[in-house]
Design a protein around this ligand. Structure first.
Ligand code: ADP
Length: 378
């Protein structure tokens, strides 16, 4: 229900206050605006009574005194937080004595929408803040609703991509195997054109396989449950050096690295990040032998800034943001193979570590990929 519609009807209000004079004061304030707003007031003098009342119904607004005979107003607010239905939001106002503002601010962190002093109420300040609080509560519940919807539909999409790419893996693997068998068994009987067609068939199926693998990885990163581990980042680079040895040696690649720190990271994914950046440094190399430099500096507290620099083809300024979008490629498939998912995967991995990634580069001047990494907690 919209706020405007809600305040046209009867607004149910629970007042938790043990002092009869204060109750009378609130009632006077409500009566003054009774030609505009209609309140159905339930008055409770103790937390126990108020809890009993919430068993019968959820009110639109709660006005809660800070000190009560059977406890503190906060006890009741904690209770409200546990029983409130998120699709039926309510406003909570705390009433404090003069000088209790710090307590009230603390209360706001626990779900209270606003606080009022008794002095400000006697000066006439009551119905407006109550309605403002109700409007905020309703808006924030709407935002929460759309956020949950967005998360749900993102997950649905990611699950769909995951299932589709997973199920496509086996048939494509079979197509590649049949291409190989056909080339072996019948290759000699085919003419040049036919052999060419068979080769292109295998090449395209292999491209499809890379795309499926990247799609699968892309869809998994956000939801998978990898346990963080304390690792020396230099160790990860050494592992990649070993695994990519043939490719690195083939181009005479030099890798230079700073002393890299130990951090709590998702190990498989972080390795994937560096592997993607190294592969790109090789794929998009210039005429010189590739040089990859990995440097880092502590930024603040937990966050560390890394840079993976290459001396390759470089990237024109207008594409610095686009290249992190899915399927965005600046190079033709026939010239340099790729799926356009390498950097989006890097971006997702960095975001999983609470960081950001960006590039600084000029065409023909090599590229510097910067990213921040935070140690993740278990
Ligand atoms: P892919 O390499 O599969 O095309 P990426 O997402 O890894 O996909 O990269 C997107 C595009 O950004 C690439 O197609 C390429 O044009 C450009 N690019 C990425 N890394 C580099 C680099 N180190 N040097 C120059 N261009 C790069």
């Amino acid at each position: 229900m919209q706020f405007e519609q809600k305040v046209k009807g009867l607004i149910s209000l629970l007042v938790l206050e043990d002092n009869p004079e204060d109750v009378a004061l609130y009632e006077r304030r409500l009566a003054r605006q009774s030609n505009e707003y209609q309140f159905d007031v339930t008055h409770c003098g103790t937390i126990a009574e108020a809890k009993e009342s919430t068993k019968k119904k959820q009110h639109d607004c709660y006005v809660v005194d800070y000190k009560l005979p059977d406890g503190e107003g906060m006890d009741f607010i904690h209770h409200l937080n546990t029983i409130t239905d998120p699709s039926n939001p309510c406003a909570i106002l705390m009433i404090t004595g003069q000088g209790n503002e710090e307590v009230a601010v603390e209360a706001m962190k626990s779900g209270v929408h606003d606080y009022l002093t008794k002095k400000s109420i006697s000066e006439g300040y009551f119905v407006r803040p109550l309605l403002n609080a109700l409007q905020r509560a309703m808006l924030s519940s709407e935002v929460d609703f759309y956020q949950r919807e967005l998360e749900r539909s993102n997950k649905e999409l990611s699950d769909f991509t995951h299932t589709a790419s997973h199920d496509l893996k086996a048939p494509v693997r079979r197509i590649i195997a049949y291409c190989e068998m056909l080339a072996e068994d019948a290759g000699g009987k085919l003419n040049e054109d036919e052999n060419g067609m068979l080769e292109r068939m295998k090449l395209n199926a292999t491209r499809m396989q890379s795309l499926i693998n990247d799609l699968l990885m892309f869809s998994m990163i956000r939801t998978e449950k990898e346990h963080p581990k304390k690792l020396n980042i230099s160790g990860i680079i050494d592992d990649i050096r070993e695994e990519m040895k043939d490719q690195l040696d083939e181009h005479g690649t030099e890798i230079i690295m700073d002393d890299l720190p130990e951090m709590n990271v998702y190990p498989v994914r972080l390795k994937q990040l560096f592997t993607n950046l190294f592969s790109n440094a090789l794929k998009y190399k210039s005429e010189q032998a590739p040089i990859i430099r990995i440097s880092c500096k502590q930024k603040d507290g937990e966050s560390t800034l890394f840079c993976v620099e290459d001396n390759g083809l470089g990237i024109a300024k207008e594409f610095h943001e686009d290249i992190f979008e899915e399927f965005k490629r600046l190079h033709n498939q026939e010239d340099i193979e790729g799926t356009g998912l390498g950097l989006p995967i890097c971006k997702k991995i960095i975001s999983k570590h609470g960081g950001e990634i960006w590039v600084e580069s000029e065409l023909g001047q090599g590229s510097k990929f910067f990213f921040t990494l935070n140690s993740v907690s278990d």
